[in-house]
Design a protein around this ligand. Structure first.
Ligand SMILES: [Zn+2]
Ligand SMILES: [Zn+2]
Length: 143
C-alpha cells in the first residue's frame, strides 16, 4: 500500500487527523444539538472528514450544514485536476472517488476500510440537496 506522504506521526496524546489533501492537522468542529457530533475540518483547504455515521447525521440536521460548511473551496478547486491519490486520515487506505452523476462537480472520497467520507468545502451544501445515504449504502454493500 502506498504511504501517505503527509502521514507524519503526531506528538503523543495528539489524536487530531491530518487532512488527506494537504496534511494540515484538522480541527474538530462541534455540531450542536441533543447529540453532539464532532466533525474534522481542515482550516487550510476547508475540507471535511466524516466518520461513517456522522455524514448521515449531519445531513439530517437543518442548521448543521450552514454551520460547518464554510464553502471556501469553490476557489480552492484544485481537486479536479489533482490526480494524486488521497488516503484515509484514520487508516491510510486509499480513498475512492465517487462522482455524483447528477452533480459532476461533487466528488466525494470514500474509505472502504472504515467507511469515512471526505468532502471538499462547499460540497456538503450541494450534497444536502439530496440524500447521499442511498448511494453510500449501495457502494458499501458491493462485495
Ligand atoms: Zn486540507
Ligand atoms: Zn478509513
Amino acid at each position: 500500500m502506498a504511504i501517505n506522504p503527509h502521514a507524519v506521526p503526531n506528538k503523543p496524546g495528539d489524536d487530531r487527523l491530518r487532512c488527506p489533501k494537504d496534511g494540515t492537522l484538522m480541527e474538530k468542529l462541534t455540531i450542536g444539538g441533543t447529540k453532539k457530533l464532532l466533525v474534522e475540518h481542515c482550516a487550510r483547504c476547508g475540507c471535511l472528514w466524516f466518520d461513517p455515521y456522522e455524514l448521515a447525521e449531519t445531513l439530517q440536521r437543518q442548521n448543521a450544514v450552514e454551520e460547518i460548511d464554510y464553502g471556501i473551496a469553490k476557489k480552492y478547486d484544485q481537486d479536479v485536476h489533482n490526480p494524486l491519490p488521497k488516503h484515509c486520515p484514520r487508516d491510510q487506505a486509499e480513498l475512492i472517488a465517487l462522482p455524483d452523476p447528477r452533480q459532476p462537480h461533487v466528488v466525494i472520497d470514500v474509505c472502504r476500510q472504515c467507511g469515512g467520507v471526505l468532502l471538499d468545502a462547499g460540497e456538503l451544501k450541494d450534497l444536502s440537496e439530496f440524500t447521499v445515504g442511498e448511494r453510500l449504502k449501495a457502494f458499501f454493500s458491493r462485495p
